[in-house]
Structure formats: structure tokens, C-alpha cells
Design a protein around this ligand. Structure first.
Ligand code: R2B
Ligand code: URA
Length: 309
């Protein structure tokens, strides 16, 4: 809660911190959320989204549709799953599904893709006058010294130098933002993981890189500038820094949610142990089961918070 004391007794008021942090927004007559194909003039955002309490984001549009269907089943919604429509059908950049108080959105691969989505999502929550929202990234990752299928709940999102920060070039200068995540939500998730079967879970640091191949120390890209020994030395260093998984969005996700007062958690399953290889060779059906783990864990928290279990 921010206490905004303007000094004028008629103007003193208490309000919850806004989800946006941009004075320029107030002067805009219309806000077009271009990559969602939504706008404040053409859509009644408070009516469409005002009841949203949980937002789950993940890379793939199909996975986020499956998650929406799963949540629909878990919340025992009366409607038919066939009625779950892509709210962003006017664009193929992102997909968005709403099931009761849960919004499920795809963000594509990598920092630029998720950051564009988050700008528009955070403005959407603001325009819709949402309150008390929790956001989760449910994703996949490469594990460091963990058996495939392990869930990592992110403590700190770190960069490729193992620093808990996110750097962005703004007007030709580097600005640095903290990648702090919500400690209470992470602890709650960790506790619930022990209540579920097939949910091996750790709480550890997650490294966010800007590439899947060389950027994650893989030897199997189209090019490779380092030796096998150098790869393992880097992974050992990461491990020493408390990193247990590598993915491609957590740092900007944590940084933007932190600046915008949105409670956030990152829950990623590992698809392989990077000390054992680089290729993802696990059979398809096993990978599908792994990908459901973060969904099941987050759905469990949502049901607890809604008082359904
Ligand atoms: C995990 O998996 C994707 C790359 O395969 C990327 O979006 C990520 O963070
Ligand atoms: N996603 C990543 O970014 N890295 C992996 O190794 C697996 C999934």
C-alpha cells in the first residue's frame, strides 16, 4: 500500500500501488495494446478482465491453451472447454485465454518477446483496474545437476554473470533493475510441491540467457566458440553460484513485475541435466508429462487460494 499524501486535506487518500510506473500514460486518450490486438477504446477492459486474480504465462501458445483447459477442469467451471477462445485472435503474436479469475498467456521465446508481452499485460491489468494479482511464469529449462523433470522455483533470477539483475539499454545507456521475486509465493509453492506426487522440487537460482545454444554453453549449435572443458567449467561455476536451471525469460519477468508492483513467481521444470548433455532427447510423452508439472503445482496454489481445496 502506498500512502499518497499530497498535502491537501481534501486530496489525501490511500491507494494500492499502481501496476504501471509511467506518468505519460495518464495523458493518453486511447491505449492500443498492439500485440494483443486490444485497445481501451474498442474493448471494455474492466468488464473483460476486472476479475482477474492469477496470470500464468509460458512460452508456447499451445501449452497455454492446454493450461487454460486444465484450469477449467480444475476449477470445475460450468461452461464447455470449447468455449475457451483466444482473446488475442486478431493477432498471431501471442495467445490469451481467460478461465474465471485465471488468465493464461503465451510469451514466445526470449527476453524481447516476453518483455513486449509484459508491457501490454501490465497496462491491461491497470486499465482493467485489477487488484491483488499474482503472476506466474510456468516454463521449461535446462537443469544443472538435477534429474530431468525436477521443478525449480526461482529464488533469484540471475544473468549470465550470475548477478541478480537485469540490464537494458535505454536511450543509449545501460539501466540495471533488480530481479527480486515474491518470497512468500515461492515458499507457498515449495510447501505445496510436497503435497503432490511426481513433483520433485527445489528452490534455487535460475540463470536467464539471451540464447539457447552458445549462450547456455551448448556444444551442439551451428557454431561453437569454446571447448568441452570450458563448457563444464562454466556450468560448475553456475552451480557454485546457486544456479540450478537455465532458461530465457526469468530476469526481465522478475525485473518488470518488481518495478510494477506485481507479485511474481517463476516455476520451471528441467528437461535435461546439462552435465549429461545438450540435446533434448527425452521421449515426447515424458516431456509432455514434465511440462505439466509446473501447471499442476500452480493450479494447486490457485485452488488453495480460491478455497477450493
Ligand atoms: C525455455 O525454453 C525455451 C527455449 O527452448 C525458452 O523460452 C525458455 O526460457
Ligand atoms: N529451455 C532452455 O532455455 N534451455 C534448456 O536447456 C531447455 C529448455
Amino acid at each position: 500500500i502506498l500512502i499518497n499524501n499530497t498535502g491537501n486535506k481534501h486530496n489525501n487518500y490511500i491507494r494500492q500501488a499502481k501496476y504501471v510506473n509511467n506518468p505519460h500514460l495518464d495523458g493518453m486518450e486511447e491505449d492500443i495494446l498492439y500485440h494483443f490486438s486490444l485497445s481501451t477504446k474498442t474493448h471494455d477492459l474492466p468488464q473483460m478482465f476486472g476479475d482477474v486474480k492469477f496470470v500464468c504465462v509460458g512460452g508456447s501458445p499451445n501449452r497455454m491453451r492446454t493450461f487454460a483447459e486444465y484450469i477449467h477442469e480444475q476449477l470445475e467451471m460450468p461452461s464447455n472447454t470449447a468455449d475457451i477462445k483466444d482473446i488475442c485472435e486478431g493477432t498471431d503474436r501471442y495467445s490469451m485465454y481467460k478461465v474465471g479469475p485465471v488468465l493464461s498467456i503465451s510469451h514466445g521465446v526470449g527476453v524481447p518477446s516476453i518483455s513486449i508481452m509484459l508491457h501490454e499485460l501490465i497496462k491491461l491489468l491497470y486499465h482493467a483496474r485489477c487488484r491483488g494479482v499474482i503472476i506466474f511464469r510456468i516454463g521449461t529449462s535446462g537443469g544443472i545437476g538435477l534429474a530431468a523433470g525436477t521443478i525449480v522455483i526461482t529464488d533469484k533470477a540471475v544473468d549470465s554473470f550470475f548477478r541478480p539483475q537485469f540490464e537494458q539499454v535505454v536511450l543509449g545507456k545501460v539501466i540495471t533493475r533488480s530481479t527480486e521475486l515474491d518470497v512468500d509465493i515461492a515458499q507457498e509453492l515449495l510447501q505445496y510441491s510436497s503435497e503432490l506426487t511426481d513433483m520433485p522440487t527445489v528452490f534455487a537460482n535460475t540463470m536467464c540467457t539471451h540464447d539457447f545454444y552458445e549462450g547456455q554453453g551448448r556444444l551442439d549449435g551451428a557454431l561453437c566458440s569454446f571447448s568441452t572443458e570450458e563448457k563444464f567449467e562454466y556450468l560448475r561455476k553456475a552451480s557454485k553460484a546457486g544456479v540450478r536451471n537455465i532458461e530465457m525469460e526469468s530476469s526481465v519477468f522478475a525485473a518488470m513485475c518488481h518495478v510494477c508492483n506485481l507479485k511474481a513467481a517463476v516455476v520451471c521444470v528441467t528437461l535435461l541435466n546439462r552435465f549429461e548433455g545438450d540435446q533434448i532427447s527425452t521421449p515426447h510423452d515424458i516431456l509432455m508429462e514434465y511440462q505439466q508439472r509446473p501447471q499442476r503445482l500452480v493450479a494447486h496454489l490457485i485452488k488453495k487460494r480460491l478455497g477450493l481445496i
